[in-house]
Design a protein around this ligand. Structure first.
Ligand code: AMP
Length: 281
């Protein structure tokens, strides 16, 4: 595995591959690797000849009150794990190389970006879209892999790819979970032991919705949302940010579950730590 830190060097490397007729897969990350990230890397190998994993904690997607400074950083461990995955390049650009003085361009998908996460995190998806488009331009991937864990992010990025005619195949990877069901996330390590125990309420609420829809035939979202909220309420350290059942194409709320087009999404705060999870119906 090669470690590339300079933007220009990344561009040169990918040019050589492309000239040799090789295909490229990109897995964008912010590091602090867990099995979710490793699953994306593993699957990327099946999609292309070369795999680039980017590791860039993008300041532009954190709000002023958010956890940019507290975001977990463990470069040596990440580098070791990436090495074990036998990827081709770990691309770790520096902030000033990505955002040189005078940088001012941004990309947004404004309607989808206002929904769900966007309501609590204004500007977040503009930061995500801008950095991902930059990474696409730098790495020139044929295929890019993202986790369904961040469903709204994946949906928005697919929309950006479609709107801007990018010739990149977008692949969504299922959420990797801890044994008790908690979706793996770099933020989980900031939970206290008690919060960690209670954090299972997110996946429990989502499993309950699955059961109510698949086994009980309930399709009215009001009833499903009520069931979710009561499970979250039962965890006394959990503060519900939102529970939503929306269309996967518009992210607008649904009254009735639409099979194959429904996203059930949750955001819950435990103290300073905000967790998200979702399921598809
Ligand atoms: P992050 O480093 O949190 O920005 O995540 C990098 C990529 O990994 C994104 O596409 C995430 O959706 C994906 N990801 C994060 N957590 C998980 C998980 N538990 N399972 C699968 N993919 C994940």
């Amino acid at each position: 595995m090669e470690l590339i830190e300079k933007v220009a060097e990344m561009q040169r490397r990918v040019k050589t591959w492309r000239e040799a007729g090789e295909t490229v897969a990109l897995v964008p990350t912010m590091g602090a690797f867990h099995d979710g990230h490793l699953s994306l890397m593993e699957q990327a190998k099946a999609h292309a000849d070369r795999v680039v994993v980017s590791l860039f904690i993008n300041p532009a997607q954190f709000g002023p009150q958010e956890d940019f400074d507290k975001y977990p950083r463990d470069f040596d461990r990440d580098r070791g794990l990436a090495e074990e995955m036998s990827i081709d390049v770990l691309f770790c650009p520096e902030i000033r190389d990505m955002y040189p003085l005078g940088f001012q361009t941004s990309v947004s998908v404004p309607i989808l970006a206002k929904k769900l996460e966007g309501a609590s995190r204004p500007g977040h998806f503009r930061g995500v879209c801008t950095v991902v488009l930059k990474l696409f331009n730098l790495c020139q991937p044929h295929v890019a892999l993202f986790g369904w864990k961040d469903a709204q992010q994946f949906i928005i990025l697919c929309h950006m790819v479609r709107d801007l005619n990018l010739q990149i195949r977008m692949v969504g990877i299922p959420t990797v979970r801890e044994k008790d069901g908690l979706a793996m996330s770099s933020r989980n390590r900031r939970l206290t032991p008690e919060q960690r125990e209670q954090a299972v309420c997110l996946s429990r609420a989502l499993r309950r919705v699955h059961y109510l829809v698949k086994d009980q035939g309930i399709v009215h979202t009001g009833e499903l949302l009520q069931a979710m909220r009561s499970i979250i309420r039962s965890a006394d350290q959990a503060e519900l940010d939102y529970a939503a059942i929306v269309s996967r194409s518009t992210l607008d709320p649904l009254d009735i579950v639409e099979k194959g087009n429904t996203l059930v999404a949750l955001a819950v705060r435990f103290g300073e730590v905000r967790l998200i999870d979702n399921t598809r119906l």
